[in-house]
Write a protein that binds this ligand. Sequence first.
Ligand code: ZN
Length: 239
Amino acid sequence: MTDRPDNMDARRGALVLFSGGQDSTTCLAWALSRFERVETIGFDYGQRHLVELTVRPSVLDGIRAVSPEWNRRLGEDHLLNLPVVAEISDTALTGEVEIAMLANGLPNTFVPGRNLLFLTVAAMLAYRRGLTVLVGGMCETDFSGYPDCRNDTIRAMQQALSLGMATDIRLETPLMWLDKAQTWQLAQELGGEQLVELIRLETHTCYLGERHLHDWGRGCGHCPACELRANGYRRFVGN
Ligand code: ZN
């Protein structure tokens, strides 16, 4: 990752895995500051809370308002249905297992390897759209428990996708080594106070789908995702 992209970089088009959360919104800003053409992809896979999907359009509107250049560069948003993820999680739960929250803050309906599927589908769409860079908010620092978000996995996926599609596909994960405070800091550097406020007020991260407003943004305030976000924000603003 370089701060100043060369011309080759700028000419490449990027597809951002965009869920409407803090991380993927920061990744979108990162992509818009580097690439001439940027599109977004999101997945409806039977999430427990549709709020994640419903905030996407307002976050995209807000991103366009940050700079005329970003507005010009930001192209189509693609929302794809992947009901197979919910099918697999239902199948796994048939019988004796009850839906419960695990210690890592995820419901036990979570399907391991989900990101591998998302990256594959994103690469398929990118190919059709003539985009050669995939950008995702995968991060080892906060969620080391998710093996499909680790850097080794991402590097292996980049190789597999490039080989399997006989094209040069690059996977960029600008948040891979950042903690949550540094993610806020990156947003500040990319889009100033306006982007920080957009992320604070509009993006959604809470596992329970709640939208109460706190100083760090909206959420229930006590699920692991809210705690992580709140702690990061407080370190960012220096409290
Ligand atoms: Zn929450």
